[in-house]
Design a protein around this ligand. Structure first.
Ligand SMILES: NC(=O)c1ccc[n+]([C@@H]2O[C@H](COP(=O)([O-])OP(=O)(O)OC[C@H]3O[C@@H](n4cnc5c(N)ncnc54)[C@H](O)[C@@H]3O)[C@@H](O)[C@H]2O)c1
Length: 399
């Protein structure tokens, strides 16, 4: 039976059997999403304590949802009944779709997939929630690599609507269609991304942090001012430094470094020493009570310089860097125009799609800003995407 038939059969029986590997932050969230959508879920983890902790956390989350009036007791019990925990990989043998969410290590993931493939039916779709590894390299661990795909959820999975679907070069179209259908049935918004570093969101968003850090490193503005600019002038929910502190400077730095290395050290993605040192020093942000800001009790926040004129110049620089990456992603076929804009507005809550924003401020202005920066620095970081230059010359817009 093909994967396509399998999905149709699932719709008839109404039940999809989902396996989740790893009961950490992401595995727990994915299991909750699938169980809420009435799938039968088996969560497998090698660490029994992690499974117990995950169950405790899930119960807490569900109880909070009852308090908020989002679900009732019956639904809570139904969700919990839909989830089974196991320390045996064998328990995933009946799965229609298995989503792996374990430690971000290529060799460990590959060995798990090799063992898994011996147990599941040949129609089972095997997926990874990896943020940074190539889907092709993971798919290659499977004998039937055409059934393998990347399904990238955002944290927290139950709240974040976006899911990036990433077929590897080996992935069969039916696997992509089958996986997309299941994830959509869970109420998620899917976008299709090419198997390239950072997929859509983690690639395009790099400039939000990177260019802000660069401006800080050059002494043009401090953290508080940059955060004020992006929120007050740009309309972003959080400033880049607040957001890095929220994500964790260790995690955010690792993503930046991985994307940089994976892009064959393209200067556009070059990390910042400031961020590296913050991670090395253990100034990780909220989780250590200290990062760019001090989160200890009674600590005060530094005051931003609320100079709107200067702020607008800085905002335009960061925005054009973001637009350049979004435009280049379209140029290189990473995703469609609409998927790129959807990914950034729903995956990281940007106030507007970047390509739509480019049209609003004008393609000519984007090109001029980038060319002025390139003239000043002569760094690859500021090279303008060919698509923007072509559009400027032909006087066209994205929409
Ligand atoms: N945390 C995020 O914000 C986020 C977002 C998107 C994607 N991801 C990706 O999701 C994956 C998981 O991330 P996380 O933050 O949930 O990790 P986590 O550390 O919270 O959880 C990982 C779990 O996997 C278990 N595990 C480790 N090795 C295992 C093995 N060989 N077999 C079975 N279980 C094993 C651990 O016991 C742990 O419970 C990673 O690939 C990560 O890149 C994370």
């Amino acid at each position: 039976m093909s994967n396509q038939n399998l999905i149709i059969d699932d719709q008839q029986s109404g039940i999809t059997k989902i396996g989740v590997i790893g009961s950490g932050t992401m595995g727990r969230g994915i299991a909750q999403v699938a169980a809420t959508a009435n799938c039968k879920v088996v969560v497998y983890d090698t660490n029994e304590e992690a499974l117990k902790e995950s169950e405790r956390k899930l119960i807490k989350v569900l109880n909070r949802l009852i308090e908020k009036g989002k679900i009732d007791q019956v639904k809570r019990d139904q969700i919990l009944n839909n989830i089974e925990s196991s320390t045996s990989l064998d328990s995933l043998s009946e799965s229609d779709l298995v989503i792996e969410a374990i430690i971000e290590n290529l060799e460990i993931k590959r060995s798990v997939f090799q063992n898994l493939e011996k147990l599941v039916s040949k129609d089972c779709i095997i997926a990874s929630n990896t943020s940074s590894l190539s889907i092709a390299s993971l798919a290659a661990s499977c004998e039937h690599s055409d059934r393998f795909i990347g399904i990238h959820f955002f944290n927290p999975a139950p709240l974040m609507k976006l899911v990036e679907i990433i077929p590897a070069i080996q992935t069969d179209q039916k696997t992509t269609e089958g996986a997309t259908k299941i994830i959509k049935n869970w109420g998620k918004l899917t976008v299709l991304a090419k198997d390239t570093p950072g997929f859509i969101v983690n690639r395009v968003a790099r400039s939000f942090y990177g260019e802000s850090l660069r401006i800080y490193d050059e002494g043009i503005a401090d953290f508080a001012t940059l955060d004020w600019i992006m929120k007050e002038i740009g309309g972003f929910r959080m400033g880049p430094f607040e957001l890095m502190d929220f994500i964790g400077n260790d995690i955010n730095y690792t993503v930046t470094e991985t994307v940089f290395k994976e892009f064959f050290y393209d200067g556009r993605f070059k990390p910042s020493f400031t961020q590296k040192r913050m991670a090395e020093a253990g100034l990780l942000g909220r989780k250590t009570s200290k990062g760019y800001y001090d989160y200890s009790e009674g600590a005060t926040r530094p005051e931003p310089n609320m100079d709107k004129e200067k702020g607008s110049v800085i905002f335009n620089r960061i925005l054009c860097m973001l637009i350049n990456e979004a435009a280049d992603s379209l140029y290189l076929g990473i995703a469609s125009r609409d998927d790129i804009d959807t990914a950034m507005t729903t995956g990281v809550n940007y106030p507007k799609g970047l390509l739509k924003w480019a049209d609003e401020i004008g393609i000519t202005q984007c090109v001029k800003t980038l060319d002025d920066l390139f003239d000043l620095y002569h760094e690859e970081r500021y090279r303008c995407s060919p698509i923007l230059r072509q559009m400027k010359n032909s006087n066209t817009n994205f929409y």
